[in-house]
Ligand binder design. Structure first.
Ligand SMILES: *Cc1c(COP(=O)(O)O)cnc(C)c1O
Ligand code: SF4
Length: 344
């Protein structure tokens, strides 16, 4: 740790682009939320705008600058842009595609808690995300009803305390790391006191879309817990992993975190053996192991991303031919009522 810096650098105030200095909070607040702005920044033709606006009315646009900077301007097929650009297709009804495909509304014994699988529970630690992914299965989730206050958290935590079969608490959302460090530290301190809990898992896309989120304040509460720590990232394409993401992953690993990734196989984003193999290779370079590859959940508005199960199986078979086994993710589907993800 450097405690005394050398003579201060002579620097003009306007010499550095603002986003390099901005805190994660201001990057989050400053995310692009306007479909017209998104199209303009990516240099898309006017013809993309009506669709973008129609999709935006169903599920609002949200793209942080740090992610935008990894997209290729002028390319509407860019695999990162496709994940966040609303399209007119989202408004078209598709048979079997519904608002709550995982029937989560049936599994909330307490506010902010989803208990579907033995030994582990999901806690909705933040109602919002830093990025709005068009294929998200929670795009219609009634977050407002599921963002608990502290008093309600106490009730949720009591549910955990009373059930010794629960070994693992999974912070989810939305994106749990969109919550403040003060809130997260409060919550994790309480989880820490539940003797039968062994693991803290965090499902997040924030280290990918705003790598500066992995700051000292976060590493402070994360480093302080006695629980074993697993962070499951959500990355779908190698191009999402730049130097800043690799740095954020290194900081998490230094704090004793096991890093895993879950992706979704998406038409037009990563539906080739090459794209998925590059993703696995790049993940491992960042110290992240592939965990799950999900097939799309049939959420209304996302049908255009669908890759049929047979094709997804062939893609993973193709991965097995070119990658070591530990870089091949498990292909799974989530079926309402099942006690775990279902391997395909
Ligand atoms: C996916 C999920 C989990 C975690 O499942 P793992 O197979 O342990 O990764 C836990 N609870 C719910 C409700 C889930 O949807
Ligand atoms: S970050 Fe995850 S939860 Fe949030 S919109 Fe994207 S897929 Fe959905």
């Amino acid at each position: 740790m450097i405690t005394r810096s050398p003579a201060p650098l002579q620097r003009h105030h306007d010499a550095e682009p603002l986003e390099l200095q901005a805190s994660w909070q201001s990057q989050l607040a400053g995310a692009v939320r306007d479909p017209r702005e998104l199209c303009r920044r990516l240099g898309l033709a006017e013809s993309w705008l009506p669709g973008a606006e129609a999709g935006h009315r169903l599920f609002e646009v949200r793209v942080p600058e740090a992610l935008l900077a990894r997209m290729r301007p002028g390319d509407p097929q860019d695999p990162l842009l496709r994940q966040v650009l609303p399209l007119g297709e989202e408004a078209r009804p598709a048979p079997g595609y519904v608002a709550d495909p995982l029937a989560e509304a049936d599994h909330t014994p307490a506010r902010g808690l989803i208990h579907k699988y033995a030994g582990r529970v999901l806690l909705i630690a933040s109602p919002s995300c830093a990025v709005n992914c068009r294929y998200c299965f929670r795009r219609h989730f009634p977050y407002a009803e599921n963002a608990p206050s502290r008093a309600q958290w106490d009730e949720t935590l009591d549910h955990l305390r009373r059930d010794p079969s629960i070994r693992e608490a999974i912070l989810s959302g939305g994106d749990p790391l969109a919550a403040s460090d003060r809130q997260l530290a409060w919550l994790v301190e309480r989880l820490d006191t539940i003797p039968h809990l062994k693991r803290l898992r965090i499902h997040t896309r924030l280290p990918v879309v705003i790598p500066d989120r992995i700051d000292d304040a976060l590493l402070g509460w994360l480093g302080a817990t006695r629980l074993q720590k697993v962070v499951v990232l959500h990355i779908n394409h190698a191009q999402e992993i730049d130097a800043a993401v690799i740095e954020a992953c290194a900081r998490l690993r230094d704090a004793g975190v096991t890093l895993l990734n879950q992706g979704v196989v998406l038409r037009g984003v990563n539906d080739s053996v090459d794209a998925l193999a590059d993703l696995s290779e790049r993940l491992f370079e960042a110290g992240v192991l592939p965990y799950y590859l999900h097939v799309l959940d049939p959420v209304a508005g996302a049908a255009h991303f669908d890759v049929p199960d047979d094709e997804a199986r062939e893609l993973v078979a193709g991965l097995r031919e070119v990658l070591p086994g530990f870089l091949v993710p498990r292909l799974v589907r989530e079926i309402p009522g099942e006690g775990s993800k279902t391997p395909l």
